[in-house]
Design a protein around this ligand. Structure first.
Ligand code: 5AD
Ligand code: SF4
Length: 450
């Protein structure tokens, strides 16, 4: 979401004469677009500001020009005036719901009348004030359809920083999707903090996410659709069926469960039991047998016993993940869990995380290895680190690289034979068409893996 927001900020600033700069040195404006979900997010922002300060001073002294320094995003929303107090050389502080006011803020900051602070949750939707996107996002594009969250999981800052749940009208989303396709997008990822809670206005009533995906899939030129991040509680039957019925909807789902223990899920206010999650997984696999699954996990949540943690290991063993993110619980100021009894010691958290990650890595590697020798359609979307390396993504969201290829592949979806499978991705070789057809019949890509 932050990458999407940053691109939209660039769209707002371009008419004022700004353009992207590869480095902060000599830039007229530097915006730190921050995320508050990670541990010590605020401290990282202050240390980054400390590094930028000499660049700002240098620009003033050597060139007589002001570098506008801004903090945007969820840390700006959460810390607000504290940023201006601790780093008075910052010119603008604004949250994720008010960045459409950037042009006014820049005008004020350029006049130099003190720091401009805007951490409102305005009544108007920023989406109504953003200009059309101007820079292409390339073959794989993000599109925000929903923002904010009303779930209030007790560990999470999102409901406080991104605000209440809001769904964009369907017509606006479809317009934006058409423009993304026209500028080269083959794959669109629909974004929202609680994306499957989407309930947007449309001309014939309120649309669910499944209905929206169906409409996006009907746009000419779209090859792949994804959505992230979902909550188990909103995994409705129509969305599960969409995985069976809509060929452009990719067989991959990031569906965080956080914990496998009902007691912990309850304390987290997740509003579902482990059993409900496993039933969703079963239904998803019935709808789309080859679906690759991903999740987020928190270990060491306040009150988590060894038995609770074992329940998490158990849900991982039962689900079989293609990949996952896992974290030690860390208290976030202002959230209910941060002041809860039963905080778990650092050493126990570290030990549980290591055990969980070992299991997840084994599953991820097994998932990647299950594709060895298969021919998979790959969307090439970027250059690799080494010359001649081109990177792409399989339908299952695995990174895959091929060697000795040219830039002209970028933006294309081509059949690739998987020749190497590792913990973090795949290596492959381009196939001829005939090769691909033959291989498809001998090695169907819908084979259930892991
Ligand atoms: N401690 C640890 N992990 C957290 N996450 C969110 N808040 C916290 C926290 N306080 C993790 C959750 C969420 C992911 C984006 O970040 O697993 O799904
Ligand atoms: Fe945070 Fe997701 Fe829970 Fe909302 S549903 S409070 S964004 S973890």
């Amino acid at each position: 979401m932050n990458m999407y927001d940053s691109a939209r900020m660039a769209d707002l600033l371009r008419p004022l004469g700004y353009d992207m700069s590869p480095a902060p040195q000599g830039a007229d404006m530097v915006i730190l677009n921050t995320c508050h979900i990670r541990e010590k997010a605020s401290e990282k922002v202050f240390s980054e500001l400390g590094r930028l300060r000499p660049l700002k001073d240098d620009m003033q002294q050597k060139k007589g020009r002001k570098m506008i320094l801004a903090v945007a995003g969820c840390v700006a929303q959460a810390e607000g005036e504290e940023i201006v107090r601790r780093a008075p050389y910052v010119d603008m502080v604004f949250g994720p719901q008010s960045f459409h006011r950037l042009p006014e803020m820049v005008a004020k900051a350029a006049r130099g009348a003190g720091a401009v602070l805007d951490t409102d949750f305005p009544a108007e939707s920023k989406f109504d004030f953003l200009p059309e996107e101007q820079a292409s996002q390339g073959p794989s594009a993000f599109l925000a359809v929903q923002e904010g969250c009303d779930k209030f999981c007790t560990f999470c800052v999102v409901p406080y920083t991104r605000g209440a749940e809001y769904s964009r009208p369907a017509a606006d989303i479809l317009q934006e999707a058409r423009r993304l396709i026209a500028s080269g997008a083959k794959e669109i990822t629909l974004l929202g903090q609680n994306v499957n809670a989407y309930h947007g206005e449309a001309k014939d009533g309120t649309w669910s996410l499944a209905r929206l995906i169906e409409a996006v899939a009907a746009l000419p030129g779209i090859a792949r659709i994804r959505y992230t991040t979902s909550h188990p509680k909103d995994m409705t039957a129509d969305l599960i069926e969409a995985h069976r019925d809509i060929p452009q909807l990719m067989p991959y789902l990031h569906l965080p469960v956080q914990s496998g223990s009902d007691a912990v899920l309850d304390a987290m206010n997740r509003k579902h039991r482990a059993e409900d999650y496993l039933k969703i997984i079963e239904d998803l696999r019935a709808a789309r047998p080859d679906i690759a699954l991903s999740s987020d996990f928190i270990v060491g949540f306040p009150g988590e016993s060894e038995k609770d943690f074992e329940a998490t290991m158990d849900i991982v063993r039962k689900t079989l993940y293609a990949q996952a993110y896992s974290f030690k619980y860390s208290p976030r100021p202002g959230t209910p869990a941060s002041v809860q009894d039963g905080q778990v010691g650092e050493d126990i958290k570290a030990e549980r995380l290591a055990r969980l990650q070992q299991l997840l890595i084994t599953q991820q590697t097994a998932f990647n290895q299950s594709k060895l020798g298969a021919v998979l359609p790959v969307l090439f979307d970027r250059q690799g680190k080494k010359p001649g390396q081109i990177m792409g993504k399989t339908a299952y969201m695995q990174s895959l690289y091929i060697e000795g290829a040219g830039q002209e592949l970028i933006g294309k979806i081509l059949p690739v034979r998987v020749t190497g499978a590792y913990q973090n991705g795949l290596a492959g070789e381009l196939c001829t068409k005939q090769d691909a057809v033959m291989s498809f019949y001998s090695n169907p890509i819908t084979q259930v893996s892991a």
